[in-house]
Design a protein around this ligand. Structure first.
Ligand SMILES: Nc1nc2c(ncn2[C@@H]2O[C@H](COP(=O)(O)OP(=O)(O)OP(=O)(O)O)[C@@H](O)[C@H]2O)c(=O)[nH]1
Ligand SMILES: [Mg+2]
Length: 220
């Protein structure tokens, strides 16, 4: 490669890098209380082991940017931490509407596997899916094509806790932890929104977290 061509490559890469730094992709992170949403936000902000979070999130926090790097590649996300208790779910809808969220991560954990009667995730998931597939926002405003997300991913979090107890030889997509969410995924697919499944430990696996985010951006 000539010196000039080499210089052009360096400049192009710098421009792409700069663009990716200032151009943030809107992600929405939702899920029932205690699933690990605040933990995931910490992991996106500072790579490493996240200290245990004691406090429940109240309401909707201002959206902030997080630049994440993986294998020399960079992406900048914008996310807002919102409480998972049912009284805050309307804030998820507001977050999607005001920021035109492009990618959604719905976090779950193993509580429904441990206790079949626990429906925390299923009820929250139904609310989320109904809000997404609806032709109108809860405010009554009609949605435009650009108001729909590009993809929705279910992340089964806290693998470090449940991985051994709920071992499965099946591929990730077939793991029983995702079973109750099938119908909702089908509803999303029916309106043209692709779905994705992922297993992770947001608290202790930065690499897996970043890989999950990069996969969503690349594949959808
Ligand atoms: N072992 C383990 N614990 C986790 C993981 N992710 C989150 N936790 C713990 O789960 C608890 C709840 O995590 P949070 O991040 O506060 O959950 P949240 O979804 O923000 O909860 P709300 O704010 O109430 O909606 C905390 O004690 C975390 O330390 C994980 O991957 N592994
Ligand atoms: Mg929280």
């Amino acid at each position: 490669m000539s010196l000039l061509a080499g210089f052009a490559v360096v400049v192009t890469e710098a421009v792409i890098g700069f663009y990716k730094k200032i151009h943030a992709i809107n992600f929405g992170i939702y899920g029932a209380t205690m699933v690990g949403k605040t933990t995931l936000h910490h992991q996106l902000r500072t790579r490493g082991e996240v200290p245990a979070i004691q406090k429940r999130t109240v309401g909707r926090h201002r959206a902030t940017r997080k630049s994440i790097k993986l294998d020399g590649e960079m992406n900048t996300l914008k996310t807002s931490d919102i409480g998972g208790e049912a009284i805050y779910w309307k804030e998820w809808a507001k977050d999607m509407q005001t920021r035109k969220v492009k990618y959604i991560i719905f976090l779950i954990d193993h509580r429904h596997l441990d206790k079949g009667g626990n429906l925390d995730h299923q009820v929250a998931w139904k609310f989320l899916v109904d809000t997404i597939v609806s032709e109108r926002w809860p405010t009554g405003k009609k949605k435009k094509e650009s108001d729909y997300p590009l993809a929705v991913s279910i992340w089964a979090n806290k693998y470090d806790i449940w991985g051994d107890k709920h071992k499965s030889d099946l591929p990730i997509e077939k793991h029983p932890i995702f079973e109750p969410f099938k119908y909702g995924m089908q509803k999303l697919n029916d309106v043209g929104i692709p779905t994705h499944k992922y297993i992770v430990s947001a608290k202790s696996e930065p690499e897996a977290v970043y890989q999950g985010v990069f996969t969503m951006i690349k594949d959808y």
